[in-house]
Design a protein around this ligand. Structure first.
Ligand code: CAA
Length: 256
């Protein structure tokens, strides 16, 4: 059985993690399938945004504990275990919207943080419980959580292994919005359709500029942003957008 399910809804590609018996844990096979599906939607010119979700009760319970238990240091180090997950997500040009219901733990919380926008159901729970297993977060938890919610709260989660609920995650800035669990996917698909309705190259530029903010110092980041902003002036969609505004009509994007 496939570890993920994919479908299309209009211009949105939807990927569902699908290992219910292991609470969608990130087996090597799942990670490979996930990265392949993301790349497929990224290349598909009819898709403008991607949704990554789990089931109604669990997003993802982290690295596959049974698999990780069998990995020696040398095996993990030589294969650079889970680097393909981070590399896979960070190479996607289109926005990836994480929709979280239920648990997002360990590598599941880290996978969520690799997404560009997070919407959560009101029963969602986020945590980095690796410390309880005798290891530490290894797919970005120690790096992305501090950027998302600050040092003290990140340390609290990583050092105690305690979870935070959806409303705490929203207040802390980890997720963009919390909705009733049965409404969050529909809401997210609508927002993804909205994003997919804008000019593809402009959306990709905006995503790239925001993501660079995590890598660059302020002056370099402002310079990078300005260069992309200026570059957008060369797009036909820039001419169309400005012309449509001034002509008091809706723009017709041609993605060029
Ligand atoms: N890997 C593999 N299998 C997992 C799993 C995981 N991460 N999490 C749960 N499962 C399996 C359980 O072993 C169990 O399988 P069996 O029925 O065969 O026993 C099944 O899923 C259901 O789990 P529970 O019975 O534990 O379900 P629950 O509802 O009582 O508890 C839970 C849910 C709180 C999420 C609990 O399953 C749990 O704590 N899971 C582990 C979470 C965790 O520690 N994640 C971190 C992993 S390490 C990591 O991610 C490193 C990294 O940074 C990349």
């Amino acid at each position: 059985m496939s570890s993920i399910l994919t479908e299309r809804s209009g211009k949105v590609g939807i990927i569902r993690l699908n290992r219910p018996k292991a609470l969608n844990a990130l087996s090597l096979a799942l990670v490979e399938e996930l990265v392949e599906a993301l790349r497929g939607f990224d290349k598909d010119s009819d898709v403008g945004a991607i949704i990554l979700t789990g089931s109604d009760t669990v997003f993802c319970a982290g690295a596959d504990i049974k698999e990780q238990k069998e990995l020696s240091f040398v095996q993990a180090y030589s294969a650079d275990y889970l680097k393909n997950l981070n590399d896979g997500l960070s190479s996607i040009h289109k926005p990836v919207i994480g929709v979280i219901n239920g648990y997002a733990l360990g590598g599941g919380c880290e996978l969520a943080m690799m997404c560009d926008i997070l919407y959560a159901g009101d029963k969602a729970k986020f945590g980095q419980p690796e410390i309880k297993l005798g290891t530490i977060p290894g797919a970005g938890g120690t790096q992305r959580l501090i950027r998302a919610i600050g040092k003290s709260k990140a340390m609290h989660m990583i050092l105690t292994g305690e979870m935070i609920d959806a409303s705490e995650a929203e207040v802390a800035g980890l997720v963009a919005k919390v909705l009733p669990a049965d409404q969050v996917l529909g809401f997210s698909i609508e927002r993804a359709q909205k994003i997919a309705g804008f000019s593809f190259p402009v959306v990709a530029m905006a995503k790239e500029a925001v993501n660079e903010a995590e890598e660059l110092n302020l002056q370099t980041g402002l310079h990078f942003e300005r260069r992309l902003y200026h570059a957008s002036f060369a797009l036909k969609d820039h001419e169309e957008g400005f012309g449509a505004f001034l002509g008091k009509r809706d723009p017709q994007w041609i993605n060029q």
